[in-house]
Design a protein around this ligand. Sequence first.
Ligand SMILES: [Zn+2]
Length: 394
Amino acid sequence: MRLLRDDSFDSGNARVGTRFWIYPQPPFIPGYEQPDRVWLSIQRDEIGEGPSDLSMYVADPLYEKQPYGFANLPPFVGTKRAPVRPGPDRHFDNIDPTSRPFLAVHAYACVRFVLDIWQSYLGRPVRWFFDQTFPRLEIVPFVDWDNAQAGYGFLELGCSDVDGILRPYALNFDTIAHEVGHLIMLSETGVPAATSPGGDFFSYSEAFSDCVSLISLLHFDSAIDRLLRRTRGNLLLYNELNRFAETSPETQIRLATNFRTMSAVTREVHDRALPFIGAIFDTIVALYHRDLVAKGCADKRLLDVDLRDLAWDEFDTFRQATEQAFSARPLSFKQALVGARDAVATALAASLKTLDPSTLRLDQAASAVIAAADGPAAELLAENFAWREIIGSR
Ligand SMILES: [Zn+2]
């Protein structure tokens, strides 16, 4: 009898993608100390050292580099660190997550992971808005700068300094996903020729990028599982006491569970983005809830009340019923959340092409998302955008 050699198993697996480690949240966040092993859809023979591929590459400066700006664009021409190579099996999960080269691999993996997700929602590849000048995105995993930015041909990541503890943004999935969100939006809507004074292009760009970050986080099984276990399935009741919002370790969820309406925000772009992000998250939660009721996992009276107006005793009754159903059927809850996430994300992605970036207003962006959504998602989006005063009540 001839034993199968390892590589004959391997050849059967040759086209299933490439393995990497990703921290769904930075490793200093409790509960997220260990990275998840992910399979990116890109094939091993399509990734070179760096990592690099046909649409992006890592350039890791050996010495200090000034952040990019108007007069200073890629490619980086200074001295670079040696490009990171994959392991003998051509996967990239052999790199020690505490090592310096890991920053390059992690930044690349996060960009690819987010791009994979949103290309899937769009149903086609994203063509970079700068591809006439630069064929590929340059990812700079570490610059000595307390910020992160994406722009014409680049995504570069600095490092935060909290009480002398340095935390590279290259390990921060939220930050990277948000920056990829900016690149996706510009690639889909085009760059505004000029933005009108009353326009909301920059506010919407922040809102969309935060939605990309939130929805992409919900693509880690580990993140969904933690969220559902921590709330015992009571995602739907989060907002009444704000109990899980305020204590949630995930930045994206703290941001998305806000109660701001348009009359309560300033013109500052991040502030003005909050009602839109809130409406998107509320819609995911509402759709999730609807599905749970349909499956007999939650009290159907919940569909008739505004959760924001619930009294404590009602809240507690609903909470207990959901909790019992969750302990019996956790998988139904997970499926409900995944379905809700995808329905809203697909509409969000499809709406981009219909927007005019030069004259864009938040109400137009909201109407475009509603128009791109199906049945119950469209109805719930309309309700939530109206509650946030982004569109008029219907
Ligand atoms: Zn931003």
